[in-house]
Ligand binder design. Sequence first.
Ligand SMILES: [Cu+2]
Length: 262
Amino acid sequence: MFELSSSVGSVTAVLQAGGDVRTPATEFEAIFRVFLVLGVLVGVVVLVYMTYNAVKFRAGGPNTAEGDADRPRLGELPTGSGGGRKLFLSFGLSAVIVLSLIAWTYSSLLYVEGDPPGDDALDVEVEGYQWGWAFTYPNGYTDSTLRVPADRPVRLTLTSRDVFHNFGVPELRVKADVIPGQETDAWFVAEEPGTHTINCYELCGAGHSYMSADLVVMEPDAYETWYAGTDNSSEGSEPDGNETTSANGTTTANATLAGVLP
Ligand SMILES: [Cu+2]
């Protein structure tokens, strides 16, 4: 009983803490917290009950006196009491908790997999290549740094120029396969201005470890000003396959990688 009420309590607390904007980050955070709380709770109950019984029925203790009349004999089946009510209750309760968790988690995942809320999402096309990222905005401008406004959903359409890659920004809980000849999508909301690192999470060749880019989250006004200044051309450092580390600018790595390119 106490497990059920605390789990319901923590679910509601987490959902309320998420505020009114549900983003992939808040969804995954909620799933993580609920499973952490429930896991700890079940673990503590099991360990405490086990320790209690181990101490109570320890060898030589008051509950193990010789000649105990209630002690079962070898081969004797326990008859139990209460017509299996305890068993039914524990199985029933567990089933309710497990099924609710499955339903709730699955609905969260469907929400994350679906379209971003509202109709003001920024659309950016992402192309992964060996070894870097190219971001194309609605006006056709292409850049190797992803700039987005804070507090506004960003919808990414991802594809690859060559081999399998995987686009990921751990802080924003966004991760998506990047596959040649195929388009995948993902979305996120970056609530605060700042800089995050985009990495490739699919081993894709010698330059895989250097396949990173910056995600710059800007104040909405600053973003609009920057975006108005872009045209449908490409930034100077737009990749031609030999540039791999524009994000962190390690030229030695560039030179090394240029040597392994066909
Ligand atoms: Cu890659």
